[in-house]
Write a protein that binds this ligand. Structure first.
Ligand SMILES: [Fe+2]
Ligand SMILES: [Fe+2]
Length: 217
């Protein structure tokens, strides 16, 4: 009796999905470190507890992804250079609480996990399974970030609140531009796993606008 051959994913798909998994894992590790770094400067016990929980969640995501990447046979050399990550850490350390929340939660968590969500239906069963727990937690993280932003904005005068809300699109665009400046072939990775990249970018723009409207309400 012959052993059935396990279907092998298309090599271009496997390579691109592998690189996206490495990117996702590096970003999760960055978030874990940024949240840990911010813990003692968070404004109250609730925000400290939220950040501490998230450190644990991201730690679990990194472990899950490492385990899956090993099984999937991914070359897990970093796709974002250490120097770029150091630069990003320095930038995040320099941000006040509102800017930290805006950049970490509106951009990295909300838009990042939205992008990951888009590839779930296109992914092979193992990858899809590996993303299940992380993506579920990311919903909590986005909710935490939005709640904290609401709280922080509510502490301001009306004029200052309007000013900070008005600055958000620019902050979001600056961080997105920094990410684009890393010149990662993200568009072709997404296309190679079967996603329509221009459509994804449009979806992320809509999501960004929706989040900003939600905050300003
Ligand atoms: Fe995560
Ligand atoms: Fe997260």
């Amino acid at each position: 009796m012959t052993t059935p051959i396990k279907p092998q994913p298309d090599p271009a798909y496997a390579l691109a999905m592998g690189q996206l998994l490495v990117l996702y894992t590096q970003v999760d590790q960055f978030i874990m470190e940024a949240c840990a770094d911010r813990l003692n400067r968070a404004p109250d016990l609730d925000s400290k507890m939220g950040l501490a929980k998230q450190v644990g969640d991201e730690c679990r995501h990194v472990a899950i992804q490492h385990e899956w990447m090993m099984q999937f046979g991914v070359d897990n050399s970093p796709v974002i250079a250490d120097t770029a990550l150091d630069e990003l850490h320095t930038h995040f350390r320099s941000l006040d609480w509102i800017d930290f929340l805006t950049e970490l939660y509106l951009v990295i968590e909300a838009l990042g996990s939205q992008a990951v969500e888009q590839i779930v239906p296109l992914a092979d069963p193992g990858t899809r399974q590996s993303l299940q727990v992380p993506l579920q937690d990311e919903l909590d993280h986005v909710a935490f970030g939005l709640k904290e932003l609401d709280k922080a904005l509510a502490r301001l005068s009306d004029e200052e609140r309007r000013r900070r809300l008005g600055q958000m699109p620019e902050r979001i665009n600056a961080l997105v531009a920094w990410l684009e400046g890393q010149h990662l072939p993200i568009a072709s990775w997404f296309e190679d796993v079967g996603s329509n990249y221009p459509q994804l970018c449009e979806l992320l723009r809509l999501r960004r606008d929706e989040l900003l409207v939600e905050l300003a309400a």
